[in-house]
Every structure is written in C-alpha cells, then in structure tokens.
Ligand binder design. Structure first.
Ligand SMILES: [Zn+2]
Length: 114
C-alpha cells in the first residue's frame, strides 16, 4: 500500500489564490450589493448594517470550498471571528443552535425518546 499518491489534505496555493480573486470580483458585483443591501448577517440573522458585513465562504477555501455564489454569504464580524477561531465541529454546533432557535417559534416541540 502506498498512500503517498493520495495527497488530499493539501490544496494548491494557486487554486486558493484564484478563488480569492474570484471572490474579490464578486464583491464588486450587483449580486453582492443586493445580497448585502439588507445589512443582515447570514449566520446569526442580526442586522448589523452593510458596512459591518464581510464576505465569507461557507465552506472555507482550505476545505475545498469555492468562490461561487452558493458558497459566499454576508457575515458580521463577530460571526466571522467566531468561525475562524472555532473548530469546524464547534461552528456546526453553533449553526445548529441558531437554526433551532429560529425554528422554535414556528415548530412545535415533540418529545422524542430513544
Ligand atoms: Zn453574525
């Protein structure tokens, strides 16, 4: 067995650089202006204002994400910082918590056992 052929953990630097450029271009686009016009953070749903929003890759480039419209969202600084400092697992837990909180008002809680 030779695992050396499968170097999936490393991502080409030039790919990341190209994706960053793409993101920068999208940031100047009408699409992004519309996306940020509400001033609302994609993650926590807080209204922080257009100028406080940053562009965030839902799936980070380092994890194989790309600068596509599906993967780019407006994000407030506190979420951005939180995402950077949190482990992927911790971040997912945080997202789950947020979605639970927002769905609690519309969904009835069901007692589940098991
Ligand atoms: Zn936020």
């Amino acid at each position: 067995m030779n695992d050396d052929f499968f170097g999936f953990d490393g991502i080409d630097e030039h790919v990341i650089r190209a994706e960053r450029n793409k993101a920068r271009q999208l940031r100047r686009s009408r699409w992004w202006q519309r996306k940020t016009s509400s001033g609302i953070c994609y993650y926590c749903g807080k209204k922080v204002g257009i100028r406080a929003l940053t562009m965030d890759h839902i799936i980070p480039l380092s994890r194989g994400g790309r600068s596509t419209r599906d993967n780019l969202v407006p994000c407030c600084k506190s979420c951005n910082t939180r995402k950077k400092s949190a482990l992927p697992v911790e971040w997912e837990e945080y997202m789950e918590e947020l979605s639970k909180r927002s769905s609690e008002t519309t969904l009835e809680k069901k007692g589940s056992s098991g």
